[in-house]
Design a protein around this ligand. Structure first.
Ligand code: ACO
Length: 377
């Protein structure tokens, strides 16, 4: 009897988790039991990372100590800067992947997969990731990397290292919320990739490197960049209908819509929608939001009955664009936010491990005669 094939592992439960709860029909997301709306409105990225790593919200003192540790771990070895310089012509995601991989050579815990060591490495990778992206961005412009500033929070320091200028409070908070929204999302494709690596008892650096590689694709983390490209090509709201019709009629997809799990609106999208509108108004460029709203509220309405709504990436690109962040850095920002989530998924995998090794049903030819090469025509 032919085995049942679960193509794309759709609707397959791989394991149990205490990381995040996702109700795709309701559009509900909890990290460690806490609603994403509360975390986006009331928390900080640093606090959310603590929550993800340790499973409960920190006290004031715990958060202070944790934040101090993050700030103290931002510097990357000079050798890694040299590696980034060698690959400065590459896409920022490739540079981040290379940089994280290179950090393994300098991490004292690299081969220790205990929970304590994985948290220590997760803290270091979370803290150093922005330094890699910032340094690569400077090097590719022929500029010196900007050293991390321990007086700034995680989001503020990242923007400071990119632009050599500390952001205002509002911009800082915008990126902080963006990092919170991207921090963790169950067994999504990149976390699954990281878990597969961890399931062989390979190390966290390898798993995070894999996560970055998986995230890079336009059907996963690459959508934000594609959405903004689309908005730029549309140019004006009145062009949106025809532009999208052309894509959809030829069997294409509108980036930033649809999700494997959410068949209602992705709960993370609302926080970026409101902020995209506010930022557009603030900087005197409201038309990007108008274009995106037109796509959402006019063009894509019929798709709602098929469970296709905006996802987290739909408004993210417009925010990064309005913050003058180059479009090839959009996915890297997603990746920086997701490092804690990948770490947590690996911690769970190590904690109760079983090698992840699905099967493929063979559909090729059988028992062919091997013809020596000189006799083949
Ligand atoms: N635009 C138009 N149609 C779509 C879209 C879209 N964005 N997404 C799905 N559909 C259609 C498909 O064409 C397909 O139609 P069909 O049944 O007529 O063939 C149907 O909906 C189901 O699509 P699947 O690909 O089977 O659904 P799946 O769950 O595998 O897709 C995915 C999820 C890959 C995210 C998809 O919605 C997509 O490609 N979206 C655009 C890319 C994107 O925004 N990715 C970011 C996802 S969020 C994240 O990773 C953080």
């Amino acid at each position: 009897m032919a085995p049942e094939i679960f193509k794309g592992l759709k609707d397959v439960y791989l394991d149990t988790t205490k990381s995040s709860f996702i109700d795709g029909q309701e559009g509900k997301l909890l990290y460690r039991g806490y609603n994403i709306h509360d975390l986006a409105e009331k928390s900080t990225f640093e606090e959310v990372v603590y929550l993800l790593f340790y499973g409960s919200l920190p006290t004031q003192q715990q958060l202070q100590d944790f934040d101090d540790t993050l700030r103290a771990n931002r510097r990357i070895p000079d050798e890694v800067i040299q590696v980034l310089d060698l690959v400065k012509a590459s896409h920022p995601m490739d540079a981040l992947r290379t940089g994280i991989s290179a950090l393994a050579a300098f991490d004292p815990d690299v081969n220790d997969n205990s929970e304590e060591a994985t948290i220590r490495k997760g803290i270091r990778l979370t803290a150093m990731g922005p330094t890699i992206v910032g340094a690569h961005h400077r090097l590719r412009q022929g500029l010196e990397p900007v050293a991390p500033d321990p007086n700034l929070n995680h989001a503020g320091n990242f923007l400071y290292m990119l632009f050599n200028e500390a952001p205002d409070e509002e911009t800082n908070k915008l990126l902080d919320v963006d990092f919170i929204l991207h921090a963790e999302h169950g067994a999504n494709a990149s976390a699954f990739g990281a878990r597969v690596v961890a399931s062989t008892l390979s190390d966290l650096h390898s798993a995070v490197t894999t996560g970055i590689g998986v995230l890079k694709g336009p059907w996963h983390g690459g959508a934000a960049e594609e959405v903004m490209k689309m908005a730029l090509e549309i140019g004006q709201p009145e062009n949106a209908a025809e532009y999208c019709r052309n894509i959809l009629d030829s069997g294409g997809r509108i980036m930033g819509f649809g999700h494997r799990v959410y068949k209602a609106e992705d709960p993370r999208a609302r926080h970026l929608r409101d902020r995209s509108r506010a930022l557009g108004d603030k900087v005197g460029q409201p038309h990007w939001f108008k274009i995106l709203t037109y796509v959402e509220e006019e063009v894509m309405v019929p798709y709602r009955s098929r469970g296709i709504f905006v996802n987290v990436d739909f408004f993210a690109g417009s925010i990064y664009y309005l913050l003058n962040i180059p479009d090839d850095l959009f996915i890297s920002i997603f990746a920086l936010g997701r490092i804690p989530g990948w770490t947590l998924q690996c911690m769970e995998q190590y904690d109760d491990n079983m090698l992840i090794r699905p099967l493929l049903e063979y559909a090729g030819e059988m028992d062919l005669e091997f013809v020596p090469i000189e006799q083949r025509t």
